[in-house]
Design a binder for this molecule. Structure first.
Ligand code: ME8
Length: 508
């Protein structure tokens, strides 16, 4: 039997506006996992995309005097461009307006209707267009949307309902039996108490606007945007279209922001139960980047443009900052000062200096070639196995701790090794054997650092690789084998190059 593909997803983002830092954050995390799994030589399927239907997108199109289709066709471009710029290695990009998706959604809607899991009723209640969410009076905050604080609308319309309530007992048992299903723990608890408070059936169609997938047997109705959007994870994996679906599904990790946990951990599993399809393995929620403790979001006038950040600091500096600054799942306050501090200390100082101390020494003391080393031994004992621990940390999405460990046990350890072994003194004393050993060890340590940081900062890892003169492709390396000591071939000609991360001078 063919081995299960590792399947990771991001939310599909609304195209009412251009991408923002929150979109980039969640997508970068998914990219790190995908790249790491590929290094482990696992087959990977990484899906991202855009959520193109719904009232919010329809309104955005109207405000630009465009048809919704023209609007979404234009708005998808900045998302794809940003992912290319941020080295997002997705395998497929799904757009919910694609015919492949429309077909799957209509077929699922009909199946659930035919089997009695979808039924017709009338909805009367509150709706927030920005969140595309129905709310009970009791859920509102001071009469406004509890999520974004916007004005809500009273809507009264005929609607199809999905029997979410029918599956709650089964779902609760699944959550209790599988402590790793919803992560982190705080979100799991939130979902458990939400289910315990009583889950009602949800509306899954709308009639008062047009921009959506028509309900196949009742064309006055369009499918509710969230019902449509969640199904992207099936369509993208090839459901009803491709036999690859059988070894892609279930998804291993759905990554998403904490704001949309209920859709993913309550409604989505209920839909899958109704369809008789396995639940995803893990639902991992990310926290929010905040400014002055408020969620960064355009609606509140709090905007951080990822393209501007990349212009200013470079893509890998941003990727590193995202992952090193906060653990996955926690909130983090964004500031340019904190970003500059990180770049200067961890990247320019620690990593950059390591390279730019070592390479000139190899040029000077070893004729620019990796010397032959007779004693293949890591520069400290931890390095003989700590890479395995780093691998487990990445698998567990403890990305901050993984980076901390790479820095303490490799980057800083190597800088200390330079200071302790003082190659310049060995050169003066004519101790060629020891000098060769030290220079080999430093270059080898840098090679392993490149492999370990590749999932986090792919371009930087490639640059380091090139500076060392290694001709194999870094993406073809294999974890953990490539992190074992002694992989660097003696006599490789060092290439060198520019500073990886020039220090950012701060005007005072
Ligand atoms: O909710 N910090 O799309 P969306 C971190 N289309 N992450 C943030 C953030 C912030 N300040 N703001 C937003 C949707 N996000 C639906 C999803 S999935 C089937 C459908 C991230 O464009 C966070 O991951 O509003 C959140 O879940 C996502 O952006 C929402 O993007």
């Amino acid at each position: 039997m063919k081995k299960k593909t590792f399947y990771v997803t991001t939310p599909i983002y609304y195209v009412n506006d251009v991408p923002h830092i929150g979109h980039a954050y969640c997508t970068v995390i998914a990219d790190v996992i995908a790249r790491f799994k590929r290094l482990c030589k696992e087959e990977v399927f990484f899906l991202t995309g855009t959520d193109e239907h719904g009232q919010k997108v329809e309104k955005a199109a109207a405000s630009r005097n465009l048809s919704p289709q023209d609007h979404v066709d234009k708005m998808v471009v900045p998302f794809k461009e940003l992912w290319q710029r941020f080295d997002i290695s997705y395998d497929d990009f799904i757009r919910t307006t694609q015919p492949r998706h429309v077909k799957v959604v209509q077929s699922i809607f009909k199946q659930l209707y035919d089997q009695g899991d979808i039924y017709k009723g009338n909805y009367e209640g509150w709706y927030c267009v920005h969140e595309e969410t129905f709310y009970l009076e009791s859920q509102l905050a001071d009469g406004k949307c509890p999520e974004c604080g916007r004005q809500v609308e009273w809507i009264k319309e005929e609607s199809y309902y999905f029997k979410t309530s029918k599956y709650q007992e089964k779902l609760l048992k699944h959550i209790e039996d599988n402590p790793d299903f919803i992560k982190p723990e705080s979100r799991r608890n939130e979902v458990i108490s939400f289910i315990n408070s009583g889950v009602m059936d949800v509306c899954v169609s709308r009639t008062t606007f047009k921009w959506g997938i028509p309900v196949p047997f009742d064309t006055d109705h369009i499918v509710y945007v969230w019902f449509d959007a969640l199904i992207n994870y099936l369509t993208g994996a090839g459901f009803m279209q491709d036999e690859k679906f059988d070894y892609r599904w279930p998804a291993d990790i759905h990554l998403l922001g904490k704001d949309i946990i209920k859709f993913h951990a309550v409604i989505w599993p209920s839909m899958l139960y109704a369809l008789g399809i396995d639940l995803p393995e893990h639902i991992w929620t990310t926290g929010f980047w905040t400014l002055g403790k408020e969620k960064i979001s355009k609606s509140k006038g709090l905007v951080i443009n990822p393209n501007e950040l990349a212009d200013q600091f470079g893509v890998d500096a941003i990727r590193y900052f995202f992952l090193k600054e906060i653990p996955v799942g926690a909130d983090g306050e964004f500031s340019h000062e904190a970003l500059i501090k990180r770049v200067n200390s961890d990247l320019a100082n620690d990593l950059g200096n390591l390279l730019h101390r070592t390479i000139p020494m190899i040029k000077k003391y070893c004729n620019g070639r990796i010397p032959l080393c007779n004693k293949l031994e890591p520069i400290n004992e931890k390095q003989s196995k700590v890479f395995l621990e780093i691998g487990s940390l990445i698998n567990d999405l403890s990305l901050k701790t993984a980076l901390e460990t790479i820095w303490s046990d490799y980057v800083k350890a190597a800088n200390k090794y330079i200071d302790d072994s003082a190659p310049w003194n060995l050169a003066k004393a004519g101790d060629k054997e020891k000098l060769d050993l030290v220079m080999y060890n430093l270059a080898e340590c840098i090679r392993i650092i490149a492999v370990l940081i590749y999932p986090f900062m792919p371009k930087t890892a490639e640059k380091i690789w090139n500076q060392l003169g290694i001709t194999d492709k870094i993406k073809d390396q294999k974890f953990p084998d490539s992190c074992k000591w002694g992989g660097l071939k003696p006599d490789t000609e060092i290439v060198g190059g520019e500073a990886l991360f020039p220090r950012i001078e701060v005007e005072s």
